[in-house]
Design a protein around this ligand. Structure first.
Ligand code: KG4
Ligand code: ZN
Length: 350
């Protein structure tokens, strides 16, 4: 089997996704169905609605992807499904689907950690990215710095003690009235804003503590917003830009500290939904350049949740001979570094 073909399934949050990926990094076919319209009236992801939507859509999407690729399950070498961490109803829908396909087709199952999908996604995009690398993993539920020395080998150097950075984007966007999903809306608003107008805090910047904190920043956005009556679109844009700059400064400062703590890294890598933010990407690229490190960030579509990254993590594990049996559990929490102590406030959404 010189170029294995893996079917990936993702259902841990509000994206239903299916992909067929080959070990030579060809994305043979894929579908990503966003549930934004279903969750928008509630201003956030409703777990029950998400699980139902995954149950409705997953099977037809798998059929579509196989048809588009012109292959059957017999041609697939392994089935990779997200087994956590995430919203447990959705995780169960996807994992049980992956198990049923693996059993019916007599193929190996790979129960993928969604965070490992993000962590290895830059290697799907860039064949020259080798271990070890320093990874900034930034999403709706996580904000971590990890020393990555190989597939399945992660040392957590820092995490958030309260909110994840994506959560801070989403909540700030909501209180600025920018709509759902919040992160991309806030980035759009920030483009026309003056980032110097509001002096917002940069929690833990310059501290010896390695971790992140965003709760104080979010509260400061609320206070600043409440201090303006009849806010104009320009006021909102200025506040969005000031928030984005403060969040970026926090990420850069904490990452600079981790570069010193993990000197074996030859690259700085950013992944997860917040890695789609262009201001954050360019600040991190500059930081990497200043330290003589290669910088890697997946293309924007590969930063937010998708199944190609799950198939790719499956390929990396399959090639290492690391597959699961049908007992693999669905896990609402699943740290990449099991030896790291649980941090206050670390969410389940990845
Ligand atoms: O990885 P992801 O798609 O889902 C999780 O596993 O959490 O990340 C979603 C998070 C959300 O908080 C979303 O607002 C944020 O990533 N996000 C962004 C941008 N695009 C997505 N945050 C800032 N700027 C963006 N352009
Ligand atoms: Zn994710």
């Amino acid at each position: 089997m010189n170029n294995p073909l893996v079917l990936g399934i993702e259902s841990s949050c509000d994206e239903t996704a299916v992909a067929l990926v080959r070990a030579d990094r060809t994305i043979v076919a894929q579908r990503i169905a966003s549930q934004d319209d279903a969750h928008r009236p509630f201003g956030g992801v409703v777990p029950e609605l998400a699980a139902r939507a995954h149950a409705d859509r997953l099977a037809p999407m798998i059929a579509e992807v196989l048809t588009e690729a012109g292959v059957g399950l017999a041609d697939v070498d392994a089935i990779a499904g997200t087994a956590g961490p995430g919203l447990i109803g959705g995780v169960m829908v996807g994992l049980v689907t992956a198990k049923a396909l693996a059993y019916a087709a007599g193929k190996p199952l790979i129960a993928v950690n969604h965070l490992e999908g993000h962590a290895l996604s830059p290697r799907l995009a860039d064949a020259t990215l080798n271990f070890p690398y320093l990874l900034l993993l930034v999403s709706g539920g996580h904000c971590q710095l990890l020393g990555v020395t190989g597939v399945g080998q992660y040392r957590r150097l820092a995490t958030t003690i309260d909110d994840a950075v994506g959560e801070a984007f989403d909540k700030s966007a909501k209180l600025l009235g920018l709509g759902f999903p919040g992160g991309p809306a806030l980035e759009r608003a920030a483009r026309t804003g003056n980032a110097a107008r509001f002096a917002l805090p940069r929690p833990l910047v310059g501290s010896d503590d390695p971790h992140f904190s965003f709760a104080g920043l979010k509260s400061a956005v609320l206070r600043a917003r409440n201090g303006i009556t009849d806010a104009s679109p320009q006021d909102i844009a200025d506040l969005a830009a000031s928030f984005q700059q403060a969040a970026t400064d926090c990420l850069v400062d904490r990452t600079a500290r981790a570069i010193a703590a993990f000197p074996q890294a030859s690259a700085l890598v950013v992944a997860g939904g917040v890695a789609a933010n262009l201001a954050i990407r360019s600040a991190l690229a500059a930081l990497a350049g200043a330290h003589g490190l290669k910088f890697a960030a997946p293309p924007l579509w590969l930063c937010t949740d998708n199944a190609a990254m799950i198939a790719w993590a499956g390929i990396e594990r399959f090639q290492a001979g690391d597959v699961d049996d049908l007992h693999a559990p669905a896990r609402p929490r699943w740290p990449l570094d099991p030896s790291a102590e649980a941090a206050r406030g670390a969410g389940v959404k990845a």
